[in-house]
Design a protein around this ligand. Sequence first.
Ligand code: NCD
Length: 305
Amino acid sequence: MRSLISILDLSVAEIDELVATANDIIENPKKYSEVCHGKKLATLFFEPSTRTRLSFEAAMYELGGCVLGFSEAQSSSAAKGESVADTAKTISCYADIIAMRHPKEGAPLVAAMNASIPVINAGDGGHNHPTQTLADLLTIQREKGGFKGLTVGLCGDLKFGRTVHSLIEAMSRYEDVKFVLISPEELKLPSYVKNDVLKKHGIKYKQTTDLEAVMPELDILYMTRVQRERFFNEEDYLRLKDSYILTPQKLKNAKADLSIMHPLPRVNEISVAIDNDPRAAYFKQVLNGKYMRMALIMKLLEVTV
Ligand code: NCD
């Protein structure tokens, strides 16, 4: 039995296989409509979510399965003081697979160690978000035809942005990928990602505070929201929240085939004037997330077509 806690729990070959399955689901949805008949997904969300939770639920329904769960900690026994370990043991009696989001880094790992069913990390604090990365990888594969040789700009809150950490881990394993890390000084990439991933594997990267200066180099521009809920004080958030706002003007020197990505929700990091630009890929990411979660649920439940 396997869980997905970090994107590194999947080999490159397995990710490529999930991408291929998701592409086949897009082409032949009917083939997959009953493969999870009789199976139940539990969505245990201790933190707010729109896309991740609802795409997991839509994914399970589109595979012919059912869904149960909760969408806030206050409506679960966590509010009475129940541990993550006991919650995981309990849900193992009711469901076949768990998708869990939690504000504490490592909580889904604790759940996986105590559950007797697969656990998927749907976001743990400011740490990791591997299924968003699966959505991002399918989007990049469909937009760019592959991953090799891409220059990926990551912009905004690189400190607390868990989607960024998982995406760097995943893309560092593909050939000749370069990263441009664009953030205010206070929101730079944590040193554990820099040291354990970028430096350790000799990946080319540079750090800057100036988005416009690096714009012409980028094949992908991955914008992120400043993660208000992870700040220790509101003043710091207010000072940093508008550090980067992407406008059509700032795209003047961008490549004609740039892909503009964002895990969403957007606050104001991308002007709505960009939404109809053919380079905007963020709503494609939303849809791709559902297909990749379908492929992932099938893999972890070991069901085949
Ligand atoms: C992201 C998350 O929850 O980390 N959202 C998502 O799942 N698509 C990004 C964010 O909240 O800024």
